[in-house]
Design a binder for this molecule. Structure first.
Ligand code: 13P
Ligand code: SF4
Length: 308
């Protein structure tokens, strides 16, 4: 390892101790960011971890909606995102105005929003969900019609668990990175690794979901990998950053990406240099308008209550 890299890691560790700070990282973060974090996980685990920590400062290495969720759940802690440009394009696909229009058109429906949404949309929702609990949450809602956004692929996955009427808002919200994973890639990958089981994220298109042996959140895939037989092989249909965690934690099994172009550039914006600066300055801080904060927290807490 280069001298400069070692010195930077030492400085980050020192700053963490001095400031009583913790680094939380999503499963898609760069390998070196995952390796320096106290905790690496999926959206649901990160929200829970942010609530459990006794640290005063949370350096959140993920995209905007994840850091905002941590800030909403922890009004007394400082949540810092190393690069403010880490904005999830899917969350941008649903505006509060469009959600209000859909709510007016379906006054009896309840609103379940994927955590990948703007905070002002969360404030208008009845409940939030993540990829780990989307099916559980839609089943637990009271209404027979659910407005569900912004990912129409996750809506397709949620619909499989219930006879309720799920209306996607917007009609075709999607993740640009998971849309890189197409049937042609899957067929080629299966030819190259015929013994491998197929494990995909519910943000993948329906054809990919329907071809899979397992559909799970990012950490759900790590769990399935851990529980599999030694020597098992898997084709992985999600953002390629998860491969680092799978290879590190489950070394006795083989994991192959279905598509190597399924990269989320926003997730890769946080670097060790930016983490060092964020720790030093305790900036940029994630700040949510107080009028949005309380309403959004209600919808997130409802998810935490319903999802055990
Ligand atoms: P997970 O909650 O499964 O980690 O998914 C987050 C995400 O943004 C996937 O694109
Ligand atoms: Fe958003 Fe897709 Fe990136 Fe996840 S992978 S943060 S949904 S753009």
């Amino acid at each position: 390892m280069e001298k400069e890299h070692i010195e930077r890691i030492e400085k980050i560790e020192r700053l963490k101790r001095d400031k009583n700070a913790i680094i939380l990282a999503h499963n898609y973060q760069r390998a070196e960011v995952q390796d320096i974090a106290e905790f690496v996980g999926d959206s649901l685990e990160l929200a829970r971890k942010a609530m459990d920590t006794a640290s005063d400062v949370i350096i959140f290495c993920g995209v905007d909606f994840m850091a905002e969720t941590a800030a909403i759940l922890n009004p007394d802690k400082k949540v810092v995102i190393p690069d403010k440009g880490a904005i999830c394009p899917m969350a941008q696909q649903l505006s509060a105005g469009d959600l209000l229009v859909a709510k007016r058109a379906h006054p009896d429906a309840e609103v379940v929003l994927y955590v990948n949404t703007l905070a002002e949309c969360k404030a208008l929702a009845d409940c939030i969900c993540t990829s780990a609990n989307a099916q559980e949450i839609v089943k637990a809602m009271d209404a027979s019609t659910i407005l569900f956004g912004p990912d129409h692929n996750l809506a397709y996955y949620a619909q499989k668990a219930t006879s309720k009427f799920i209306i996607p808002v917007p009609e075709y919200g999607l993740c640009p990175s998971h849309h890189q994973i197409v049937m042609e890639d899957l067929i080629k990958a299966k030819e190259a690794h015929p013994r491998a089981k197929i494990m995909v994220h519910p943000e993948c298109i329906p054809e990919i979901q329907d071809s899979a042996d397992y559909i799970a959140s990012t950490s759900g895939m790590v769990k399935i990998g851990n529980e599999a037989e030694a020597g098992d092989e898997f084709l992985i249909g999600t953002e390629v950053g998860l491969l680092h965690r799978l290879e590190k934690e489950v070394p006795e099994k083989k994991f192959y990406p279905i598509s190597t172009t399924a990269v989320c550039p926003q997730m890769k914006m946080h670097t060790l240099a930016k983490i060092e600066t964020a720790l030093e300055l305790e900036k940029p801080e994630v700040v949510i308008k107080p009028e949005i904060m309380d309403k959004a927290r209600r919808a997130i807490e409802k998810m935490l209550e319903l999802s055990k």
